[in-house]
Ligand binder design. Structure first.
Ligand code: PMM
Length: 263
């Protein structure tokens, strides 16, 4: 899954693809690099950030969704808003990727059920301005599993079909670096829930911290090799997809993992 952030302020690529023509060109490049899905987002979820309103979110992404969908791209929409999800599906998007797992907007789960599209439910506790205050767990692996299982129940009650659900542990969302590593070390616990698992580690802060030196964390754009190394390991564990900025590198990593595991 290639990342297309049509935002001025994402932590990893803020501003790079903010203009519509640049975003569309980057989407084409992600496809040319081998992305099977493109995740289009118009609201940054960077820790601490204030929310974008729905009108601005749609202004950023709708023309990009229309154009790339018309060109045949399979698109997921990274949004916490039912209204944005519905408009983008009407414009040709195929999947809804909700980092709040239905918690931010009470209309999201019934809307997804009515749209009948696949739905990514990510583990989430609060909006970006307060999420890091909630990075407290008894056992992060089983707590995240149980909270995701509760979102599965809520989705099923709302009428989302079980074969349309994809789960994501939400690396970096209400989690410290140590929490992220624990979850990644025990992904089997999430895989055991029986749903496809999506993981987003690309360029995230915990990798910057791992690679940092006395000057501080390694900057986001210099974390792609470490991201791809992690993707290789995740692919060997049988996860469904990774969300990444550097598609070609990650696809190469997945091909190697696939070759090794299919011997
Ligand atoms: N991470 C970000 C945004 N959206 N969606 C899912 N499903 N999983 C993630 O881990 C995730 C996400 C933040 O990263 P970005 O600013 O690089 O897009």
């Amino acid at each position: 899954m290639g990342i297309l952030n049509v935002t001025p302020d994402s932590f990893s690529d803020g501003g790079d693809w903010y203009a519509h023509d640049r975003a569309i060109r980057h989407g084409r490049q992600l496809l040319a690099d081998g992305a099977q899905l493109i995740d289009v987002g118009g609201e940054s979820t960077r820790p601490g950030i204030v929310r974008t309103d729905a009108e601005e979110e749609l202004r950023r992404i709708l023309p990009v969704v229309r154009e790339l969908a018309a060109e045949g791209a399979v698109l997921s929409i990274d949004t916490m808003r039912a209204e944005v999800a519905a408009e983008c599906v009407a414009a040709g998007a195929a999947i809804v990727n909700d980092v709040s797992g239905g918690l931010a907007d009470p209309a999201m789960l019934p809307t997804v059920a009515a749209l009948g599209v696949p739905y990514v439910a990510m583990h989430w506790r609060a909006h970006s301005d307060e999420m890091q205050d909630l990075a407290h767990y008894v056992n992060v692996v089983t707590d995240v599993r149980d909270e995701l299982a509760a979102r599965v129940d809520a989705a099923l009650v709302a009428g989302v079909r079980p074969d349309r659900l994809i789960l994501d542990p939400g690396i970096g969302f209400a989690k410290t670096g140590a929490h992220n590593w624990s979850i990644l070390e025990h992904l089997d616990v999430l895989i055991a829930l029986g749903f496809p698992i999506l993981v987003g580690v690309s360029r995230k802060r915990f990798l910057g911290d791992l690679l940092g030196d006395e000057h501080g964390p390694r900057p986001p754009r210099e974390r792609d090799d470490a991201s791809a190394a992690l993707t290789t390991i995740l692919a060997l564990q049988g996860i469904w997809a990774v969300r990444t900025h550097s598609v070609r590198q990650h696809l190469d990593a997945v091909r190697v993992a696939d070759r090794l595991s299919s011997r």
